[in-house]
Design a protein around this ligand. Structure first.
Ligand SMILES: [Zn+2]
Length: 296
């Protein structure tokens, strides 16, 4: 987990930070660790809790950002329907606004990054997992129970590997780093891409299959949502643009409907590793001031 203390501004400036492993021993330990991390970041910024107007927390989804409830975090035992915002508020003594990490990243890219000025865009992250967020007409698309935007579970294959969500053929099950690494029998997707680049036929098949999944995902997003931008971030997209952004562009050029195809560009994310932190700081400011989700 990472914590930053940021000074408010159009683009928040980071004054102090802390990074530590996320405990795998249940919700209460995670809350204690976040509080410890926040205190360490405050000390680094030479600030105190009374200086903090509000806190934002970017968490893995699916979650309900209105209630601050994390429905499920498969990598953290005991994090099922966990009231993260309330527990953090009690631990920190400030108002805490929780949202999905990808929604926070989309907010930051919209306010200060690659999607600045765009009213209709999709944020996609390709890293250990595959996720995203949808901004439609300047608003985060939330859906009936606040889980819209989980595009990693868009089914792109009639068959395909089992997905962690219980389904099969999800974009994530083909193209996320964790899934690629598992399918190749290594612990890091970078090794799969390296093996493919050096001519390993099995690695190349897996990477080519991931490319086709990303093509289909990009075509679906383009045809259904008519975005002006698809902003692609995450460590795999950063390191392997030719095998992530390029196939998305190629798929759209070859197979998307003409009108939405002509309106969309696939671009790299601009804000790098701090994107979720910046989004959390911006969203905390906006939500605590009552402007909610209408500020993009
Ligand atoms: Zn899935």
């Amino acid at each position: 987990m990472r914590t930053v203390i940021a000074r408010d501004g159009d683009v928040p400036s980071i004054l102090g930070r802390d990074e530590r492993p996320t405990p795998l021993t249940g919700g209460p330990d995670v809350v204690s660790a976040i509080a410890d991390s926040a205190r360490a970041a405050l000390a680094a910024a030479k600030a105190a809790v009374r200086d903090v107007a509000a806190a934002g927390c970017a968490a893995p989804g699916p979650l309900d950002h209105m209630r601050g409830l994390v429905h499920d975090a498969p990598n953290i035992p005991g994090f099922r329907d966990f009231p993260l915002a309330d527990r953090l508020r009690d631990a920190l003594g400030v108002a805490v606004f929780v949202d999905r990490d990808t929604a926070m990243a989309a907010v930051a890219e919209a306010v200060a990054g690659a999607a600045k000025g765009a009213r209709d865009f999709v944020y996609v992250t390709i890293s250990t997992g595959l996720g995203g967020a949808i901004v439609s007409h300047g608003r985060m698309l939330r859906g009936a129970t606040n889980t819209a935007g989980e595009i990693g579970h868009w089914p792109v294959g009639l068959e395909g590997p089992r997905c962690g969500c219980g389904s099969y053929g999800c974009a994530e099950s083909f193209a996320a780093g964790r899934n690629l690494a598992e399918a190749f029998g290594v612990d890091d997707a970078a090794r799969v891409y390296a093996a493919a680049a050096s001519g390993d036929a099995r690695a190349e098949r897996l990477v080519a299959r991931a490319e086709r999944a990303l093509e289909n995902l990009a075509i679906g997003l383009t045809n259904v949502l008519n975005p002006s931008l698809i902003v692609v971030g995450g460590s795999i997209a950063e390191h392997e643009p030719a095998r992530t952004l390029e196939p998305m562009r190629r798929g759209i050029a070859e197979r998307a409907f003409k009108v939405p195809r002509d309106a969309v560009r696939v671009v790299p994310a601009a804000l790098g590793r701090d994107v979720g932190m910046l989004g959390a700081a911006i969203a905390a400011r906006e939500r605590s001031s009552g402007r909610g989700e209408w500020f993009l």
